[in-house]
Design a protein around this ligand. Structure first.
Ligand SMILES: C[S@@+](CC[C@H](N)C(=O)[O-])C[C@H]1O[C@@H](n2cnc3c(N)ncnc32)[C@H](O)[C@@H]1O
Length: 287
């Protein structure tokens, strides 16, 4: 038998023991997220029902979460899900945790694509956040999504079910030379790996230790390898007038635009994210 605590006691324990690991605001945020997950509490409940006693299972979860936070495990992996573009996505160690910058890319595609029944392909789908949001928000879209990781695709498939959408998932290495596809597309989108090995030192420990390196890194020698390969493929798969969208490395905006121009894409647009960093590129395929 373990001694059971109230919400207030557990919350105070988080605040005391995580001090020094994270800023105060972030710890408060963790406490909100944990109690929303464990008890379905709102922020108001956390104040008005702070004398509620946890049961044994809830208490054990909180203790495990506290220990994992001390090891810098991302809160999204601890509770097993995250919010993206108003939907809930399951996440684990095999998928990148969807980022707010990527919501901006999704928003751009949705705003642009007023076509009915567009055919869309997402390359390097991870949790499936991009295709699932596009399918939900673009009328009668036919959406496909590829990834090289079977484990990631399993998560993406569960997320499609969770969000009541149909996406055609496929295990596919996009760097392979002989990709066969009969797709005729209106939109190709990708947020491929784009962090150079030389940028590792600038990254937070929780990303480096807990998120899949397959989703993150490219070699310093050829950082645009995915952009080149996907753009070349897009020249074959896009219909006349079709659009190619990328999320990009903030330090390689001009290089990515130049690459797309060299392959014949027109009407190139480079966009910044909410933090003012070059983050997205769009180009059009016109024959
Ligand atoms: C930066 S993550 C993006 C995940 C998701 N689209 C998102 O925006 O959150 C890149 C994804 O590309 C996948 N990937 C890496 N190499 C690949 C390859 N050669 N072919 C296809 N997918 C690949 C990884 O498994 C990972 O899921």
């Amino acid at each position: 038998m373990i001694a059971l605590s109230t919400v207030k006691e557990v919350s105070n324990k988080f605040k005391a023991e995580l001090k020094g690991f994270y800023p105060v605001e972030e710890i408060r945020n963790f406490v909100w997220i944990i109690f929303e997950h464990v008890l379905g509490f709102s922020k108001v409940d956390l104040i008005t029902k702070d004398d509620q006693v946890l049961n044994e299972e809830q208490q054990l979860f909180c203790e495990e979460a506290l220990s994992q936070l001390k090891q810098h495990k991302p809160i999204q992996q601890i509770i097993g899900n995250t919010e993206f573009y108003g939907l809930t996505f399951q996440v684990n160690e095999h998928v990148l945790i969807p980022r707010p910058e990527t919501e901006e890319l999704v928003q751009w595609i949705i705003e642009d694509n007023k076509l009915t029944k567009p055919n869309i392909l997402d390359i390097g789908t991870g949790s499936g956040c991009i295709p699932i949001c596009l399918k939900k928000n673009i009328a009668e879209a036919e959406v496909s999504a590829w990834d090289i990781s079977e484990e990631a695709l399993n998560v993406a498939k569960q997320n499609a079910v969770l969000n009541d959408t149909k996406v055609n998932f496929k295990l596919q290495d996009v760097l392979k030379s002989d990709i066969e596809s009969s797709l005729q597309l209106d939109v190709v989108v990708s947020n491929p790996p784009y962090i150079r090995e030389l940028e590792k030192d600038l990254m937070q420990d929780n990303v480096l230790e807990f998120e899949p390196h397959l989703a993150l890194f490219v070699s310093d020698q050829d950082p645009l390898i995915f952009y080149r390969k996907i753009s070349q493929l897009a020249t074959k798969l896009l219909k006349n007038g079709g659009l190619l969208y990328f999320e990009i490395n903030e330090g390689l905006g001009q290089e990515t635009c130049d690459l797309m121009i060299s392959l014949g894409f027109k009407n190139i647009q480079l966009r910044k994210d909410l933090f003012g960093k070059d983050r997205m590129v769009k180009g059009q395929w016109l024959v």
